[in-house]
Design a protein around this ligand. Structure first.
Ligand SMILES: [Zn+2]
Length: 378
């Protein structure tokens, strides 16, 4: 689907998936005051002025997005300009992007300059993402498995949500970190090409949102064990594959006082219980790293909380994953954990190990998503 000149960019991302390759809009720069785009034989379109210009040879095009330099329409995303090149690459800063660069002003950027969006064919986006989210020198089947999951995630973000902006995804940890043209390699292109149009689907062949994380630590989790909503077709699975790879287990000591304060905050925030926990009255029971819930007694009262709540409140530095247990060692408690990331969906380092053992990307995905299928939808 190509941009056709409408100011209402949000409206363009709707509609059923067709046989055409979707174009994904990736936010690559936010609240920029000055934007300098460069490339060869650039073609610039400014829809508000119905202006189309070509710049022959290697050129730079400057955009001033400072307040007062432009007119904005309040409450509507406004496409200020788009730039393409017949070479297929457009530069910004030291990076080169496939597809089109779009300068967008909208409610979020009205006072603070422009946002920069890369409109890029989905499979080119997947190649640039593989180079950032996984090492490009990984086994090809692991890259292909990652390509399918990342494409499934990106596709799920292409359906507009109320209040959504003129892009589908941010290139950040909030969504998925994608690179630019020079980050891609022949192998990342190959992995994207050989899985072109393939996504995770349910039994009715409907696309399902794909999740992945760095290292599960031994067992993956369902979305509803970590976030509020559930996603049909997900199941937690054993992963005895990632422990040899990546960062080692983590192990932290925390005082009873500090940990009981964190537990009190968690009970208040997530269960609306106002309890001031006494550090010496806490007893932890039957905890193993693969349990997604933490059980503890405060005196005679049993409390059950999600480990993901502790991670949300205390941060990723304190709890790098949800795969941990609390060991009661007296004055202090020990947090003993393994893995990195939210633990939902495909474990990247587990996929690496399975690929090394000769698993195909389909077999890798079958392991992490036993209730889902891989279907080609474009
Ligand atoms: Zn794992």
């Amino acid at each position: 689907m190509r941009w056709t000149g409408s100011l209402f960019l949000v409206a363009l991302i709707s509609g059923p998936v067709t046989a055409a390759v979707p174009q994904v809009k990736v936010l690559i720069g936010r609240s920029l005051k000055d934007v300098v785009v460069h490339g060869t034989d650039l073609r610039q379109t400014i829809p508000a002025k119905k202006l189309y210009r070509e710049f022959h040879g290697r050129q730079t095009v400057n955009f001033n997005c400072r307040v007062g330099a432009r007119v904005t329409l309040p409450n509507k995303p406004l496409l200020i300009a788009s730039v393409t090149s017949p070479t297929g690459l457009v530069g910004w800063e030291e990076k080169r992007f496939r597809g089109e660069l779009q300068l967008v002003a909208g409610p979020q950027a009205a006072q603070e300059g422009c946002d920069l969006v890369n409109l890029i064919p989905m499979d080119a986006y997947i190649s640039s993402l593989l180079a950032k989210e996984m090492r490009a020198d990984l086994p090809l089947e692991a890259l292909k498995a990652q390509a399918v999951v990342a494409r499934s995630y990106a596709l799920s973000k292409m359906h507009p949500t109320p209040g959504g902006g003129p892009w589908h995804l941010e290139s950040s940890e909030k969504n998925q970190v994608s690179g630019h043209f020079h980050d891609t390699t022949a192998r990342t292109d190959q992995a994207a090409r050989e899985t072109e149009g393939m996504v995770l689907t349910d039994s009715a062949k409907r696309p399902v949102e794909g999740f992945f994380h760095s290292k599960c630590g031994g067992h993956t989790l369902r979305p509803d064990q970590v976030w509020s909503g559930s996603v049909d077709g997900y199941r937690g699975v054993e992963c005895p594959f990632c422990h040899k790879h990546g960062k080692k287990k983590w192990n932290d000591s925390v005082s009873r006082e500090k940990f009981s304060a964190l537990l009190s905050r968690t009970l208040k925030r997530y269960q609306d219980k106002s309890v001031t926990l006494k550090p010496d009255a806490l007893t932890f029971v039957g905890d193993t790293p693969s349990q997604s819930e933490l059980r503890f007694y405060h005196g005679n009262d049993l409390h059950v909380i999600r480990k993901s709540w502790l991670r949300n409140l205390a941060g990723r530095e304190v709890f790098p994953s949800h795969h941990f247990r609390v060991s009661d060692t007296g004055r202090n408690l020990r947090i003993i954990g393994d893995g990195f990331g939210h633990g939902v969906g495909m474990c990247q380092l587990g996929a690496l190990e399975l690929a090394k053992r000769g698993y195909s990307y389909q077999a890798i995905l079958q392991h992490y998503f036993p209730d889902l299928k891989v279907s080609r939808i474009w």
